[in-house]
Design a protein around this ligand. Structure first.
Ligand code: SF4
Length: 281
């Protein structure tokens, strides 16, 4: 197949790439879905991925990824995307690629050929002259210590890379409640620290109501302490992205916070850590 030659294909038919207008990216983000198989080592109570339907490809085909990304970038550059579907509502945003983000239907660091995928995407970004576009990794941090992933991060560092790592808890107990992972919380913290020691990271944290209860004050204090400890030990956090549930969750008792509640949490985090905090209600 050649999606590069066949521009009539709908973007929805691509396996590995998709365009999205993202508030956190402040414009057009080209998503790179390294997990069409929907594999993840977390089972977050708020996950938006529909796992009732089976995943698609179970291994990333790098040449196909390269072709699809090139085709999508050309669709942006020729204005085709801005004339398509919902992107017609925001043509001024649909013409400028803010970032290319490894995210999608699972955890990107779980795949065995992560570094090869990063290299291919960085090659395409360079070949298409997208010097100002960031290369973002959206991750739950569980695999940041793998050798292949660390190689991928080094490639990202040389290509306007940015790691957006999840931290939704301050204690092992709350981590188990919200993220429901078999990975240990101290491994997540160690990975965040090791990554933040090498380059600035963005911490992205989802705050929600669990069975009617927002994050307890003691948990929020513990969360802030984790961030302070990371910085005190030499880690660099560029900013915190605080957000809440946006779509229906698999668990009906996992619900969104009101905008004011999220703003209050963001203000508390800023007051206790001194870090920049952006709230996306
Ligand atoms: S880490 Fe992301 S993909 Fe995995 S379960 Fe949580 S929200 Fe879903």
């Amino acid at each position: 197949m050649s999606v590069v030659r066949d521009h009539s294909r709908s973007f929805a038919e691509f396996t590995f790439v998709y365009p999205v207008i993202s508030r956190r990216s402040r414009g057009l983000s080209l998503g790179v879905n390294l997990n069409p198989d929907k594999r993840c080592n977390f089972d977050c109570v708020y996950c938006e991925v529909d796992r009732r339907t089976p995943g698609r490809a179970n291994r990333v085909d790098v040449p196909q990824l390269r072709e699809e990304l090139t085709a999508l970038i050309h669709a942006v550059q020729t204005g085709e995307l801005a004339r398509t579907g919902k992107f017609r509502e925001t043509p001024e945003l649909a013409g400028v690629i803010r970032d290319i983000a490894f995210s999608g239907d699972g955890e990107p660091t779980m795949i065995p050929n992560f570094a090869a995928c990063v290299e291919a995407v960085a090659d395409v970004k360079r070949a298409e002259g997208l010097r100002d576009a960031k290369l973002v990794l959206i991750t739950d941090a569980a695999g940041l210590d793998k050798a292949d992933v660390r190689r991928g991060l080094t490639i990202m560092d040389a290509n306007q890379g940015e790691v957006w790592a999840k931290l939704d808890a301050g204690t092992e107990g709350y981590f188990r409640l919200v993220n429901r992972s078999f990975v240990r919380f101290d491994r997540i913290l160690a990975n965040l620290f090791a990554t933040a020691r090498e380059r600035p990271i963005v911490v992205q944290s989802l705050f929600l109501r669990v069975r009617g209860e927002a994050m307890p004050p003691t948990e929020l204090a513990a969360y802030c302490e984790r961030l302070n400890a990371l910085v005190a030990a030499g880690g660099c956090i560029k900013e915190i992205h605080a957000y809440t549930v946006a779509r229906p969750t698999p668990e009906p008792w996992a619900t969104k916070l009101e905008a004011g509640e999220l703003e209050t949490i963001a203000a508390t985090i800023h007051a206790r850590t001194g870090l920049p905090v952006l709230a996306f209600a």
